[in-house]
Design a binder for this molecule. Sequence first.
Ligand code: ZN
Length: 330
Amino acid sequence: MSKPDYGIGGQGDEEKPGACGKDQVLPEAPGSQGQVASRQLADERTPASGWDLHCHTAFSDGTRSPSDLVEEAKALGLHGVAITDHDTNSGWDLATVRARELGLPLLRGTEITADDQGVSVHLLAYQYDPRNSAINELFFRTRRWRLDRAKAMVGRLAEDFPIDWQAVLDQVREGERTTIGRPHMADALVAAGAYPNRSAAFSGAISSRSKYYVPTKSPSASQAIRAVKEAGGVAVIAHPGDRSRNRRLLSDQRIMALAGEDGLDGLEVWHRGNLPDQRRRLLVLADSLGLLVTGGSDWHGAGKPNRIGEHLTDDGTVTEMVGRGTIPLA
Ligand SMILES: [Zn+2]
């Protein structure tokens, strides 16, 4: 298969965040008619209503409960919401109970940490069978790796900061069922007075460039997608164009391979980390590969500035996802 000519989204195509507002007429960039058409396409297709398909709770590194998530989404008038904690589905039951009480449709998901040839990949897995052994083994291994790495990193931090493993556990809200990660270490440093907030800790001792950093192992993106498909789920790559997370992004060729060989279902295009140039690139790529296009806020409660509902997925796409998944809407 030869590489299609996507024609847009070159790495030098720099723009400021938010420059692609809905009511704004974008300036005509030098280039072909195709480039201009793609810019308009990206603007016109941003969903104005629908579902927030990317939200974290206290079962990973969010600060709020699954019930709070559902209540917030209901109060905002969203059509529905998804719970997508990191490497776990432990929050599904609580979210389901509250969603049924409030009559708000709930998509059940998990954000899986993976790696593709040195590029960190977050894979959103929706509507899979939570009893499937392949996916449970994947979660079990990833969470154990994360726990080992967290303990090693806290050991290094404890040499220079007044924290220990118990101080990290004190920041964990849902006990052993929580996926413990760097945000909890950051919160422990904040509680110890070393940093004013989580973001400051992430810029300092918790940063991947700090001397305290210990890398963690992850499954490959291909393995993760295959596990999701085996469990009957829908696999979507989260924020594939977020340059703030990755110095190197997944290339068009790698996305094509993950779609063609492994069964990837979609790309999360509407996310604050994907700047306008990347949204356009991803939309054209999704269209040419027949991939679903989703959106979500990456809400973490007070853990991040992301506001619930700030990016959405349209109803038609959610209907298609429910159709592909193996469990019903909750
Ligand atoms: Zn996320």
